[in-house]
Each structure stands twice: as structure tokens, then as C-alpha cells.
Design a protein around this ligand. Structure first.
Ligand SMILES: *Cc1c(COP(=O)(O)O)cnc(C)c1O
Length: 224
């Protein structure tokens, strides 16, 4: 059996999103799909763009910038969301082309982004990443420090801080982690919740996700 095309995959994801919204009493217009395109060639993004997809998730600043430079002239309404760990020395670049950063997770990065936004006159939408499973090797602010850190980010960036992001521990039931992230966002009056990937975006929607980040289920396995 031949694999489905990118546009067919997108259709399937949208129908699953609608179904999950129906089941959980959510408004489907409040759940946006980020097509995670890291490592995939520009031709794959163009196929998705032609099918109507506009928001793309990328992990690496350089790769994301190249794709942005190539695609934006043709698709001015494309949105590039940076979803990978961000080094402070990439803050200027990120401010120049990214529409959103999902991985604000430490005071140093806040400082770098503040400076970068003053230098470039631009600031992407910001999401605070919380290391919701207390994992040693995962980035994100720890849940213990998250309340203070969110307030710190809000004091610097005001309502450019749109919401929160998490990646639950691999191989564990994800729902409690998604629900925990949702509690943080309520407490801080944040509207957006970036959570859920190919394997668990329907659960994330049940817990209140407003952005789901789906890669493999749209583009297939990532090239190495
Ligand atoms: C790669 C990546 C995704 C997409 O994962 P899939 O399992 O391919 O859907 C989502 N979020 C982040 C932060 C990623 O790095």
C-alpha cells in the first residue's frame, strides 16, 4: 500500500482534531495545527502550503531561516514557529524571521531576546516551556520555578507572552502532564497551550491544547 500524500495526511489530522474537539466540547477554531517540518525539504513544506497549511514548526534556527527566506515571498502569510531549544546567540536571528518561539525557558534567554528585540524592532510571540516531567535531560523551566519565571517573562514582554509549551516524558501517559500544564496557564491568565504531537495530540486537545505540533503524521518519518 502506498503511503498517503501530505495533503491527505493533513486532511486526516484535521478530521481527528475536529472529532476530538466534538468529544471534548472544544471549539475547533481554537485548535491550530503546527506542521512540524524539521529536516524535511522545502518541497514537502510547499506541498503542505498548497494544501492550505500555513503554520510550520522548526527546531533549528538556521534551517528555519533558510526555509523562511525561500517560502515567505511566495506565501506571505506563512508562519514559522521555533519549537527547539534556543541558544542565546541565535536570539537576534530568531527575532528577525520567526513568528513565535515556544521554548522560552531561562532568564538568560529572556535577557537575550529583550536585547534582540530592541536591536531588530521585532519580537515573536512567546511561549514558556515547562519541563513538566522533571526530566534531567529535557529543556524547560522546572515546575517549581515556573510560576516565578512566567511572571518574570510577563514583566519583560507583557502580552507577547502568549502561553505555555511542554513535551511530556516519553512512554508515560501524557494526559496528566497536559492537565498540569493547563493549570499553570489558567493561573497566569494565558490563552495559548502548545502541547500534543503525532502520538498524543487528541489527548492534548482534551486537556485544552490550542496549538498541536504534528510532524511525523503529516510528513512521514524524518530523513536522517
Ligand atoms: C519534532 C517535534 C515535534 C513533532 O513530533 P512528531 O512526533 O513527529 O509529531 C513536536 N514538538 C517538538 C518540540 C518537536 O521537537
Amino acid at each position: 500500500m502506498s503511503p498517503l500524500s501530505i495533503s491527505q495526511n493533513l486532511e486526516q489530522i484535521h478530521s481527528k482534531i475536529r472529532h476530538s474537539c466534538e468529544q471534548n466540547g472544544r471549539n475547533p477554531h481554537k485548535v491550530k495545527l503546527i506542521a512540524v517540518s524539521k529536516f524535511h525539504p522545502i518541497s514537502a513544506l510547499e506541498e503542505a502550503l498548497q494544501a492550505g497549511q500555513r503554520i510550520f514548526g522548526e527546531n533549528y534556527v538556521q534551517e528555519a531561516q533558510e526555509k523562511s527566506l525561500f517560502l515567505r515571498p511566495k506565501y506571505p502569510d506563512i508562519k514559522i514557529h521555533l519549537i527547539g531549544p534556543l541558544q542565546t546567540n541565535k536570539a537576534v536571528m530568531a527575532c528577525e524571521f520567526a513568528d513565535a518561539i515556544h521554548t522560552l525557558d531561562r532568564p538568560n534567554l529572556c535577557k537575550a531576546l529583550k536585547k534582540a528585540s530592541e536591536k531588530t524592532g521585532k519580537l515573536p510571540d512567546l511561549f514558556v516551556q515547562i519541563n513538566i516531567g522533571h526530566e534531567q535531560k529535557k529543556s524547560g523551566i522546572s515546575p517549581e520555578e515556573a510560576d516565578d519565571f512566567i511572571e518574570h517573562a510577563q514583566s519583560l514582554f507583557g502580552d507577547k507572552v502568549k502561553g505555555l509549551m511542554c513535551i511530556p516524558p516519553h512512554g508515560e501517559p501524557a494526559l496528566p502532564y497536559f492537565q498540569h500544564l493547563a493549570e499553570f496557564s489558567k493561573r497566569h491568565g494565558l490563552k495559548e497551550l502548545s502541547m500534543g504531537m503525532s502520538s498524543d495530540f487528541e489527548l492534548a486537545i482534551a486537556a485544552g491544547a490550542t496549538f498541536v505540533r504534528v510532524g511525523t503524521a503529516i510528513f512521514g518519518a524524518r530523513p536522517v
